[in-house]
Design a protein around this ligand. Structure first.
Ligand SMILES: [Zn+2]
Length: 66
């Protein structure tokens, strides 16, 4: 299921926990997005605040042909 652009991750501003942006699928429908930040709850520390959306470093074992 493709919704969000691949190669992006969401980083918690509190604990630094990162997760795949596609994994946190609700981001694409979330209204609370501002620039490169989204309002979201971190699954790691349960901190509900802005999470930084940033580009992931390319995975060497991932084919990006499609
Ligand atoms: Zn966190």
């Amino acid at each position: 299921m493709k919704g969000y652009a691949p190669g992006w991750q969401v980083r918690c501003c509190k604990c630094g926990h990162t997760r795949d942006a596609g994994e946190a699928g609700h981001i694409r429908i979330a209204a609370w997005s501002w620039k490169r930040y989204v309002m979201d709850r971190c699954p790691h520390c349960r901190w509900f605040w802005f999470q930084a959306v940033e580009r992931k470093p390319k995975q060497p074992d991932q084919t990006d042909s499609a």
